[in-house]
Design a protein around this ligand. Structure first.
Ligand SMILES: [Zn+2]
Ligand SMILES: [Zn+2]
Length: 156
């Protein structure tokens, strides 16, 4: 079970969990990357607290910044799911979180998925390029338009 919202203070030994969290983090200049074994399918770090599996970034937030109000999500400004740097964490409602994720293209099948490019060419199979590991799609039609434009204008 993963707790979503609600206080974990009073339930946990803060120093103990601080140590356990600290040992599993590679604190770089930017992100505090999770090097522990347990992650969920989205890459979020998990840690056990009092027999309950909790998301590590939520624990980090609670330790460094304070209580997470009930029903509130902890979102990443850096878009690195395993990151536990409290400076990269902010509180949002579920819809904030969804907006944040979808604006970065993480939600693949949600209704908020972009179905067309900014010129309105609908994305269908083969109508766009997508780099491996990136969710950004590049419209082929738009590339052609750009190429035609440059040819006409001599490329400068
Ligand atoms: Zn980060
Ligand atoms: Zn296009």
């Amino acid at each position: 079970m993963i707790l979503h919202g609600g206080s974990i203070y009073g339930m946990i030994d803060t120093m103990d969990i601080y140590d356990r969290l600290d040992k599993r983090l590679n604190k770089t200049d930017t992100c505090w990357l999770w090097v522990g074994k347990s992650t969920d399918k989205n890459g979020y770090a998990r840690i056990r607290v009092n027999g309950i599996t909790e998301l590590a970034h939520r624990i980090s937030y609670t330790i460094y910044k304070g209580e997470i109000p009930k029903g509130i999500f902890v979102c990443h400004s850096c878009d690195v799911p395993g990151c536990c740097n409290p400076e990269h964490l902010w509180l949002g409602t579920n819809s904030d979180n969804m907006k944040d994720c979808s604006s970065k293209g993480r939600i693949r099948n949600g209704s908020t998925r972009k179905i067309e490019c900014k010129r309105g060419h609908v994305y269908v199979d083969g109508s766009y390029y997508q780099y491996e590991g990136s969710s950004r799609r590049i419209c082929k039609e738009c590339i052609l338009i750009r190429q035609r434009f440059y040819r006409k204008n001599g490329g400068n």
